[in-house]
Design a protein around this ligand. Structure first.
Ligand SMILES: Nc1ncnc2c1ncn2[C@@H]1O[C@H](COP(=O)(O)OP(=O)(O)O)[C@@H](O)[C@H]1O
Ligand SMILES: [Mg+2]
Length: 346
């Protein structure tokens, strides 16, 4: 018995079905009209199978192959636009129409199933993360606190100070990580307050100044005069996390001496746009899909939770988040605020 490798079993079956049905058409005399009608209906089988197995592209590939195989047969038996000729041509249209219909419907169903599965996975992951982070947090705070107290008591010449410094640095890092894990997994309830948007952004930027200095990256804030007075309802603590995460990523992506620009502008329709632009080396299109999945990171010490948190907070506010290429080859993370948020001014 022939052993067909699993990945090509389905395509081989489709090819055999199309070839078999086409062969039946060509080997049966045209006078047996009802046989041909039956063979024509058999073509639906590979189309529907392809749509289920391979989606729209697979179904279209099969229906096009059938068209190419069946068309010569139609012309070979052409009877000057008889009812049979018309019927055969309509069948071809039907095959392709059906391929599109079933392919699209199957594609939608698969996407909906994937979304449900992803939500379920995220919920399970979130619960486990929250539990782990919660358990880790208390001992970490204790370790960091004790190390700080010991450091204070240790005199400056003591070589153990270096070790204590290291403990403090590492426990701070772990504390930040558990903070991210908790932020990501906790259900988000926004505490919305009416705030001047520009001032809120500038306050958030103060938090990242020190990191920018360490990386030798400068931070520039630019804003339209009209955007300066825009007031919106937002959760300022959560929003600070958005700015901090986006700007930290931008700093980490920038070359030494680079610049991260935060721009606030208003569109002609009155929407506010916030851009965080870096002059790093950009993000390839194929990588962009993965960025918002938890734990996706390319950094040695990254958590891969920054962007998922940003996404969660931005969506909770009803805003949108977009990734674009900057003019210098770097990246722009763009947040678009909905118009309904901007009806008040300070
Ligand atoms: N501005 C940026 N430029 C280039 N890559 C970026 C940028 N922002 C994020 N990324 C990529 O997205 C990944 C995920 O980011 P994030 O969720 O914040 O996690 P982390 O910063 O811990 O890696 C990063 O590891 C990096 O590869
Ligand atoms: Mg990050």
């Amino acid at each position: 018995m022939i052993n067909i490798p699993k990945p090509i079993q389905k395509p081989v079956l489709l090819v055999l079905l199309i070839a078999g049905i086409t062969l039946l058409h060509y080997s049966t005399d045209q006078s047996h009209y009802y046989f041909h009608v039956f063979y024509g209906e058999l073509y639906f089988v590979p189309i529907v199978l392809a749509a289920f197995w391979f989606g729209l592209c697979g179904a279209l590939l099969v229906s096009t192959t059938i068209t190419v195989c069946y068309l010569p047969f139609i012309f070979w038996n052409w009877q000057d636009f008889s009812a049979n000729d018309l019927d055969s041509i309509l069948s071809l249209l039907l095959y392709n129409g059906l391929a599109i219909l079933v392919g699209v419907l199957k594609g939608r169903e698969t996407k909906a199933q994937e979304e449900v599965l992803q939500k379920e996975n995220l919920a399970v992951m979130g619960r486990s993360l929250a539990a782990a982070a919660h358990e880790m947090r208390t001992p970490l705070v204790l370790i960091g606190g004790l190390a700080r107290r010991l450091l204070k008591k240790t005199n400056h010449e003591n070589p153990d100070r270096l070790k204590l410094d290291l403990i403090i640095k590492e426990s701070d890092k772990m504390e930040k990580m558990t903070g991210d894990m908790l932020n990501f997994s906790k259900p988000l309830t926004l505490n919305l307050m009416r705030e001047n948007f520009s001032t809120t952004i500038q306050n958030s930027l103060l938090t990242v100044e020190e990191v920018a200095r360490r990386h030798n990256v400068s931070i520039k804030y630019k804003s339209d005069p009209a955007a300066e007075v825009v007031a919106i309802h937002l959760d300022s603590l959560r929003f600070e996390q958005v700015i901090v995460n986006l700007v930290l990523n931008a700093i980490e992506a920038s070359p030494e001496g680079g610049t991260v620009t935060i721009t606030l502008s208003l569109t002609s329709s009155g929407n506010a746009i916030l851009d965080v632009t870096d002059n790093g080396s950009g993000i390839p299109f194929t990588k962009r899909q993965k960025l918002f999945a938890p734990f996706f990171t390319t950094k040695k010490e990254g958590t891969g939770l920054g962007l998922p948190i940003v996404h969660k907070i931005v969506m909770a506010h009803g805003w949108s988040l977009q990734i674009m290429d900057s003019a210098t080859g770097g990246t722009i993370f763009r947040i678009k605020l909905r118009e309904s948020n901007l009806n008040e001014h300070i």
